[in-house]
Design a protein around this ligand. Structure first.
Ligand code: CTP
Ligand code: MG
Length: 582
């Protein structure tokens, strides 16, 4: 709730004007029945001459019209103010939440799941927005209609109080009972919606894999289940709400009858006039209608509360990875791991890396070799702080990575991820992700170093060729080289290749290595690979096995000292007929 007020604050003036204009509208609504009753009692049934009565009806009629126009103006103004506030409020809240999401650490986004973050950013914020728009107008409207109606009704005749004493408690109890059961379901609805969104997302982004494995039927079933669960919960809510209004209508009609009965008796006894009874019927309808509105509002409130809780969870999440404050700058790019251990938060503390000690020197290429799933990606992820190590220290130029400002740290590290991510845009635009201000020549040079120049020139539009979403129009090896060019253009002190040459043939890979050596003479290069052929020319090779570094040295040294390395070497020689590793 306090979060909602925080976001309303900048628009307080409109947020105030909205209910104020609403007061104008409701006041006019409350005056109308009284004027109507005057027309009947003093005009139509009046004791004066016919001409005089007609004049009275006309005058009061014009007055009613004027008031109703005034009320209408109030209504329009109120709606305009309310909508403006709600839209701006939603916009601000969405922006802040998105900002938060962008700064969350990977382990936190993993926890929320992408589907849920999308629901929270769209559907949940819209629900809160609707609630704000409604409450600004409806709280005032309902309150005034209710209290004003009661006052007007009792002024007409105190005996009508009898009807209220009976009908109000009945209505309020019905509303309370139903809402008590419906409210908890709104949160459930949002969670089910998360699931539906997650499945849609997985399948849209993974459409190719789904088709390749002909898993369409399975995925359609999975979606169907999540979708029916959503529908069933929604149905439960709707069933509850469906019985609400008919019950309230019965109470309302009974109350109207009671008013007519009491009013009729009063008219009989000459204590009241017919017009006043008509006005009383309108007032009781307004009063009981406002109770119905309270029911509707409760619905919106519980829905908005459920959503607000979910958005708040995101807004209140403090990124676990934040700027350090030493003010240090990376100068050389020497990377050291000191007794580093690491476990993912989700794998119940089982360490992926244990007691790693390793140094990568500027101007050298350090290769990391190891079987799939042994923790290579996890290891290099600790350098730009995609995750923080659980034990030990990762140092760059002798300073703990946690002490650098994140921007300073990450702008000096070029990472080519294991899975190349490109964006829709031209080839040049994609490479310029590394550096917005790079000249055409610099882009070209980066592409040359990455061995991408050749295939780019082969495109009809060269560097202006459009790449479709996620780089779907490129081959795996082309995507990898584009990602490498992008990282090189950044001119980082430290360049990390996470299995980024796996899709290149060995001769292209050798050319890439030669170009890197020739052009990036003072950069620290860390290269993860599965193939020994890819790493044997590196200055140093670290072999990871059983979560730790089991061997370290040059190719020649490792062939002498490490059995694991020799095993990998001979098994790969056999596979590739010995030609590639010789
Ligand atoms: N892992 C995890 N949570 C993640 C990522 C990885 O629990 N968010 C686990 C994996 O199940 C794996 C281990 O961490 O057992 C190491 O993963 P990773 O570092 O990605 O292994 P790599 O050596 O990079 O494997 P590959 O060669 O297949 O890329
Ligand atoms: Mg990996």
């Amino acid at each position: 709730m306090s979060k909602i007020f925080k976001y309303l604050k900048p628009y307080w003036l409109f947020a105030l004007l909205c209910p104020l204009s609403m007061i104008l509208e409701v006041s006019m609504d409350l005056i109308q029945p009284q004027l109507m009753s005057n027309i009947v009692d003093n005009g139509i049934l009046g004791s004066g001459a016919l001409d005089e009565n007609l004049q009275y009806v006309l005058r009061t009629g014009i007055l009613m019209l004027g008031f109703s126009l005034l009320g209408c103006a109030g209504g329009i103004a109120s709606a305009a103010f309310g909508t403006t506030v709600a839209q701006k409020f939603g916009n601000d809240m969405r922006k802040d939440t998105f900002d938060k999401v962008m700064h969350l650490s990977f382990q936190q986004t993993d926890k929320f799941t992408t589907g849920s973050l999308v629901t929270r950013l769209t559907n949940d914020i819209t629900a809160i927005q609707q609630f704000v728009a409604m409450s600004l107008r409806m709280f005032v409207r309902t309150g005034m209609q209710f209290l004003g109606g009661i006052a007007c009704l009792l002024t007409l005749n105190v005996n009508f109080g009898l009807v209220l004493i009976i009908s109000l408690p009945v209505q309020l109890t019905v509303v309370a009972l139903i809402m008590k059961r419906a409210a908890p379901l709104f949160g459930v609805v949002q969670n089910k919606l998360d699931k539906v969104n997650s499945i849609v997302q997985e399948n849209v982004t993974g459409a190719r894999v789904v088709k390749a494995f002909t898993r369409e039927e399975y995925e359609i079933d999975r979606f169907g289940n999540a979708n029916s669960e959503l529908m069933e919960t929604n149905m439960k809510v709707q069933k509850l709400l469906a019985i609400l209004n008919p019950i309230l209508m019965v109470v309302m009609n009974a109350s109207v009858m009671a008013i007519i009965l009491i009013g009729g008796l009063q008219v009989e006894a000459k204590a009241m006039e017919v017009g006043s009874v008509m006005a009383a019927v309108t007032y009781i309808t307004q009063i009981l209608m406002s109770v119905m509105m309270v029911g509707m509002m409760f619905q919106q409130v519980s829905r908005a509360m459920a959503s607000a809780k979910r958005v708040k969870e995101v807004l209140d999440t403090e990124p676990v990875i934040f700027d350090g404050n030493s003010g240090a700058k990376i100068t050389e790019g020497k990377v050291e791991f000191k007794n580093v251990s690491f476990a993912y938060p989700n794998t119940s503390g089982k360490p992926v890396l244990k007691n790693i000690n390793l140094t990568a020197q500027p101007g050298q290429m350090l290769a990391i070799l190891g079987s799939t799933g042994c923790g290579k990606t996890s290891l290099v992820n600790l350098i730009p702080r995609f995750y923080d190590c659980t034990d030990g220290e990762v140092l760059i130029d002798g300073v703990n990575v946690k002490d650098y400002k994140l921007d300073d740290l990450r702008s000096n590290i070029g990472v080519v991820l294991q899975k190349s991510e490109l964006f829709s845009g031209t080839v040049a635009e994609n490479i310029r992700w590394g550096d917005d201000n790079a000249s055409d020549d610099e882009v070209k040079l980066a592409a040359q170093t990455a061995q991408a120049e050749e295939f780019i020139q082969g495109f009809t539009d060269g560097y202006d060729t459009m790449i479709s979403e996620k780089g779907a129009s490129l081959s795996g090896g082309q995507k990898q080289r584009m990602s490498i060019a992008r990282a090189i253009l950044k001119k980082p002190k430290i360049l990390i290749f996470d299995d980024s040459t796996s899709a290149l043939d060995l001769s292209t890979e050798a050319k890439l290595h030669a170009a890197l050596r020739e052009r990036l003479t003072d950069v620290t290069v860390i290269m993860i690979a599965q193939r020994i052929a890819s790493v044997m020319r590196a200055d140093k090779i670290a072999v990871i096995d059983k979560s730790t570094i089991c061997a370290f040295g040059t190719h020649a040294e490792l062939m002498q000292t490490s059995k694991v390395y020799r095993d990998i070497y001979y098994s790969q020689m056999k596979e590739e007929g010995g030609a590639s590793v010789g």
